[in-house]
Design a protein around this ligand. Structure first.
Ligand SMILES: CC(C)(COP(=O)(O)OP(=O)(O)OC[C@H]1O[C@@H](n2cnc3c(N)ncnc32)[C@H](O)[C@@H]1OP(=O)(O)O)[C@@H](O)C(=O)NCCC(=O)NCCS
Length: 232
């Protein structure tokens, strides 16, 4: 795999992040070359399990490199970003954000808490195939009809929906410690706006008011990646 992200991929991801970012949020893209240059802080290095494989180390470093760049871009406190027991990044006091990595790229959004409870971000690689069995596991009936409507777009639509649900999961996990399953999240695609919208179908153990949230999950397609974001 090429360590260096093509300039066009980087540009397209940055543009998508700029569209998704709430006001005042920093955004950044990192690749494996950035990961090589970034030296983990001790609290971050301690998050990597002994015996973790090289890919896990690379992903973690790439994500932290992107997260620190995002904080630096808004002149925020750029202290260590360790992780919670649930696996989510622990941002410096007063900040929230999200990290995602796939293939040779990592993306991050970070900014002041303000009125935003939490943010979930998910990056997927467009060329990764996704099978019918996975589609049945992640899609509700109407979603399944949508991903199957044009079989030429089956992989793309299924992966877009998968990414959107992962973004929702991250946002609810961060905001409430709640863990919505794929079939707890009901999304429909608004092609004109390039956004999934929908709701959580039932109360979640850690978030009884989950159904009261209107979900908007913008989705961008770059030449190589699918990127979604969910803000609560
Ligand atoms: C946690 C999870 C969402 C990560 O997604 P992924 O596609 O494997 O990987 P990504 O690169 O997009 O995201 C990984 C990053 O998300 C962040 N993350 C991990 N757990 C998280 C959580 N519970 N909440 C928020 N962010 C989290 C971390 O920054 C992590 O990177 P790091 O470990 O290098 O810091 C996924 O692995 C998972 O466990 N999903 C739950 C499965 C499921 O039932 N999903 C239902 C979704 S509807």
């Amino acid at each position: 795999m090429n360590q260096i992200l093509k300039p066009k991929d980087r540009e397209q991801l940055l543009r998508a992040l700029a569209d998704f970012a709430p006001a005042g949020f920093g955004r950044a893209v990192a690749d494996l070359a950035d990961a090589d240059e970034y030296e983990l802080m001790p609290q971050e290095a301690a998050c990597i399990k002994a015996g973790a494989c090289q890919k896990r180390r690379d992903d973690f470093c790439m994500g932290r490199a992107a997260a620190h760049k995002a904080l630096a871009s808004i002149n925020a406190d750029n202290g260590p970003i360790p992780k919670s027991n649930a696996g989510s990044p622990l941002w410096p006091e007063g900040f929230i954000g999200s990290i995602s990595h796939k293939q040779n790229a990592a993306v991050a959004l970070a900014g002041p808490k303000g009125n935003i409870l939490a943010l979930g971000l998910d990056l997927e690689y467009r060329a990764d195939p996704i099978g019918e069995a996975v589609a049945r596991r992640i899609c509700l009936a109407e979603e399944l009809a949508w991903v199957r409507a044009d079989m030429a777009l089956f992989h793309q639509c299924t992966r877009m929906l998968f990414s959107a649900k992962e973004s929702v999961y991250k946002a609810f996990s961060d905001a409430f410690g709640a863990k919505p399953g794929f079939l707890d999240i009901d999304l429909a695609w608004d092609a004109a706006k390039g956004t999934f919208f929908g709701r959580i179908l039932r109360p979640l153990p850690a978030c009884q008011q989950a159904q009261s949230f209107c979900l908007f999950v913008p989705c961008a397609l770059t030449d190589s990646f699918i990127l979604t974001a969910c803000c609560l």
